[in-house]
Design a protein around this ligand. Sequence first.
Ligand code: ATP
Length: 248
Amino acid sequence: ADNPAYLSVNNIEVIYDHVILVLKGISLQVPQGKIVALLGANGAGKSTTLKAISTLLKNERGDITKGDIHFRGERVDQLTPNELVKRGLSQVMEGRHCFAHLSVEENLLTGAYTRHLSRSELKAELDKVYHYFPRLRERRQSLAGYTSGGEQQMCAIGRALMARPSMILLDEPSMGIAPQLVEEIFEIVKNLNQQEQVSFLLAEQNTNIALRYADFGYILENGRVVMEGEAQDLASNEDVKEFYLGVS
Ligand code: ATP
């Protein structure tokens, strides 16, 4: 109760297949209303951290063997993904996972299944998603499988929004997407953060763009947090520039 952080991850250790120690004591906080970036090279443990929070680790034979996770003051590391969504915490997985054989709009509607909405309420929710993602409105009748990578990423975020989350975990939103669309997606994330007060914890290998949009960042290396700070301080830090921003 003393901890003002909305999401707090406290010293978690994660082991895959009972033997492979991947997270070696990760702690992080996402205060209400903020965008926080999890940064680091391929394999540093970013996705594993997000999956530990969203309880999807269990699907991959991963276990939290130490530490705990609290969301809005409640311990959540033993909940199911559904229970988390009902509490306002949604995850958008790496690789997007829209249903390819459903239309964009049908995909969005699946995101509202934990709520019991009338037709008019559903329509209002869809309109809100389309307000932030005009491209999804244009593509609403298209099968998701025939839309571009960037549009599928938008569809996945839109679907998460249909559950009215207060926080979204976003794994590698830039992956495999044209640079112009990456910028568009980050702009929308910022708009959702500022206008709908949605907090974000996003894992991103593209340090440059992540630090331009985030408030705060954590840098992971080999399953540990090796640096953390305000995004603008990290962006001007010499080590970060040399190792993660490709300039010195
Ligand atoms: P990426 O950008 O590739 O997703 P990451 O920083 O998100 O990188 P993780 O995917 O969390 O890193 O992987 C961290 C480590 O855990 C890697 O060494 C990876 O090989 C290992 N790992 C990931 N998933 C599993 C699994 N299901 N079983 C065993 N080891 C795994």
